[in-house]
Design a protein around this ligand. Structure first.
Ligand SMILES: Nc1ncnc2c1ncn2[C@@H]1O[C@H](COP(=O)(O)OP(=O)(O)OP(=O)(O)O)[C@@H](O)[C@H]1O
Ligand SMILES: [Mg+2]
Length: 336
């Protein structure tokens, strides 16, 4: 299976590791997905990159592929009929001109029908972060539309694969209320693959073990450390600011946060305030209610059951150790 080229920091490298995820995509390609698969996981863990790799795999397996990445302004219809492709691209152009990105996401149902009305083929719809443009409150309705497309198609098809990724913490809850999608978590990279990625970075760098303990295998955080010339404190401080870890937030929830930086499971089953949990989920600081670690529930390899050094609890995990460190920094900074 061809591995795509990936832009990683200022490097141009090959899609690294994720061997099991690649096998899973091939299996979906062979059998079709019977539900839309909604992939969620820590920010920057590699969801979008995996979707791009999946699109390439499915093309190789003979799929006609619609690919939507509204946040990256990338839309593509790799379909056999030139007329449908042209119509899709024109539609995209008009919607972009009117700044109506969500409209493209909703139009996908029509375009899939157009393809199938002519030819009973293999169709894949790959949608990255669509919920951010259609609105999280419509995530479930959108997923239901995708499920209908699979279960009650207007025209017959040979096989269909629907993959959606979301980096919007709250969309999981919205989608999870129904059984219209298969929600699958994906974690940061496994150690061995991550070490390979680390090896691609030129120049002087801290020892691998140090980088692993800071990033927990998150490729985006690795790129950020590299970009900042390995000034770890800068990266933490930036994260602290980006996440709005302000003096008032710290004052309001200090006791809970102090426990959580030691062990995130301290926020589980002990009556932690709902608005604190919501805030942590919405800010993409934690993953709440982690799935069982059995492999069948996960895209690629599941994280360890518990690894407090990496901030991973049985039920709750910091998205990366750096996320936890940003909270620690705020706790120190705003000590009264
Ligand atoms: N398997 C991989 N091989 C090489 N580089 C990767 C891989 N996965 C991710 N990356 C790199 O890591 C960075 C983050 O990946 P990506 O954007 O796919 O994450 P994401 O989970 O979609 O993030 P977000 O939550 O922000 O949407 C990118 O620069 C990407 O090139
Ligand atoms: Mg992404």
């Amino acid at each position: 299976m061809r591995r795509i080229r990936v832009k990683f920091a200022n490097l141009d490298i090959e899609f690294t590791d994720r061997d099991r995820a690649i096998e899973q995509v091939i299996e979906w390609g062979e059998k079709g997905t019977w539900h839309p698969i909604v992939i969620y996981g820590p920010e920057g863990c590699g969801k979008s990159t995996l979707l791009r790799q999946a699109a390439a795999i499915l093309r190789e397996l003979g799929y006609e592929v619609f690919y939507l990445d509204p946040l990256g302004y990338v839309f593509d219809a790799d379909v056999l009929l030139p007329d449908v492709k042209r119509a899709f691209m024109e539609f995209v152009e008009r919607a972009l001109a009117e700044n109506a990105l969500g409209r493209i996401a909703w139009a996908i149902f029509d375009f899939v029908n157009k393809v199938l009305s002519v030819r009973r083929g293999k169709i894949a719809v790959i949608a990255d972060d669509v919920f951010q443009v259609i609105g999280v409150d419509k995530a479930a309705a959108y997923v239901k539309g995708l499920l209908n497309m699979i279960e009650h198609p207007q025209y017959n098809y040979e096989n269909m694969v629907v993959l959606v990724a979301t980096s919007e913490g709250l969309s999981r809850e919205e989608i999870g209320r129904h059984r219209w999608a298969e929600l699958m978590p994906m974690w940061n990279m496994p150690k061995k693959g991550f070490q390979h990625l680390y090896g691609e970075i030129p120049g002087n760098k801290p020892p691998f073990e140090d980088v692993w303990k800071l990033t927990g295998g998150n490729p985006d955080k690795l790129a950020e450390l590299y970009r900042s010339n390995w000034r770890v404190e800068d990266v933490m401080r930036k994260l602290m600011n980006d996440k709005y870890l302000t003096a008032d937030i710290v004052r309001k929830w200090r006791d809970w946060l102090e426990e959580a930086v030691e062990d995130p499971d301290k926020l589980w089953g002990r009556g932690a305030p709902e608005d604190l949990l919501r805030w942590l989920i919405e800010r993409n600081l934690i993953i709440y209610n982690m799935h069982y670690r059995e492999r069948q529930f996960w895209v690629d390899e599941p994280p360890p059951e518990r690894d407090l050094e990496l901030g991973i609890g049985r039920y709750i995990a910091w998205q990366t150790p750096l996320h936890r460190e940003a909270v620690k920094l705020a706790l120190e900074e705003y000590r009264v």
